[in-house]
Design a protein around this ligand. Structure first.
Ligand code: SAM
Length: 246
């Protein structure tokens, strides 16, 4: 039925396209693509011949109005170059406007590099904060890191190879030398996940900036150590003693 469909696509391995995504893309009236050349490869891989229109960070209010006007009678699919739309990718304004106009909005979840990296890192995943890309300039980057230093959660960031070592160094300086992981080329031939402290990882990549796409995962700050049984006994005794003497 007509509406806006948010369709996750593979982050490397075409086998990760869901059955539902393939079916929807084949039957859509229009595919909104970040880059039509990138998405046309995916569409031809699944034998879909669907009209495409560019929708990206340069799209403006008029573009969105033109798209929203079609949602009442067409199946319109939004895809990114790779992964889940809206996650460090365009789309939220379109969803907002489609919602305001009362159209049906359906999500077809699937690959997301941030989530995939966290499944490999071996760091706590019960609480996490996704930071997207850090600002490239040193001062802005240090400020962005300082802002989250006290947060008791795993941090997940996107980064490029040439900037990796500098970012790891800045993270170590701002957060302390926490445990971390660098996940690279996920779902592709050269997939790897390297773990270590931020300092170790910064050193490892200093002279050899890695190729490919990268996610950094940083563990939460060290817990204040949990009280031992002796600590609890001592606390209980002093509380009782305080209660006895008025
Ligand atoms: N929407 C996408 C998603 O759901 O993951 C992310 C888009 S963002 C513009 C692109 C960044 O995601 C890359 O620069 C890289 O940091 C990360 N990324 C995408 N694919 C990846 C992969 N296969 N392995 C590691 N990181 C990846």
């Amino acid at each position: 039925s007509p509406g806006l469909y948010i369709v996750a696509t593979p982050i490397g391995n075409l086998g990760d396209l869901t059955v539902r995504a393939a079916d929807l893309l084949r039957s859509a009236d229009l595919v909104l693509a970040e880059d039509k050349r990138v998405s046309s490869r995916l569409l031809s891989h699944i034998g879909a011949s669907v009209p495409m229109r560019t929708y990206n960070d340069h799209s403006d209010t008029a573009d969105r109005e033109a798209i929203v006007a079609r949602l009442g009678y067409e199946v319109v699919a939004l895809v990114s170059d790779a992964g889940t739309p809206l996650i460090s990718d365009p789309g939220y304004k379109l969803v907002r406007d489609a919602r305001a106009a009362g159209h049906q909005i359906v999500t077809l979840p699937g690959p997301c590099a941030a989530v995939a990296a966290m499944t490999l890192a071996g760091l706590p995943t019960d609480r996490f904060l996704f930071l997207g890309f850090l600002p490239p300039k040193e001062k802005a980057r240090a400020d962005a890191i300082a802002e989250v230093a006290a947060i008791r959660a795993t941090l997940t960031l996107y980064e490029s190879g040439p900037r990796l070592s500098a970012s790891l160094t800045a993270l170590a300086a701002g957060l302390g030398n926490r445990d971390a992981a660098v996940a690279r080329e996920l779902t592709k031939l050269h997939e790897e996940c390297v773990t270590g402290t931020l300092g170790e990882l910064a050193a490892r990549y200093a002279d050899a900036p890695p190729r490919g796409e990268i996610v950094i995962v940083v563990g939460p700050p060290a817990e204040a150590s949990a009280p031992t049984e002796d600590d609890l006994d001592a606390a209980l005794r002093s509380a009782l003693a305080a209660g006895e003497s008025p």
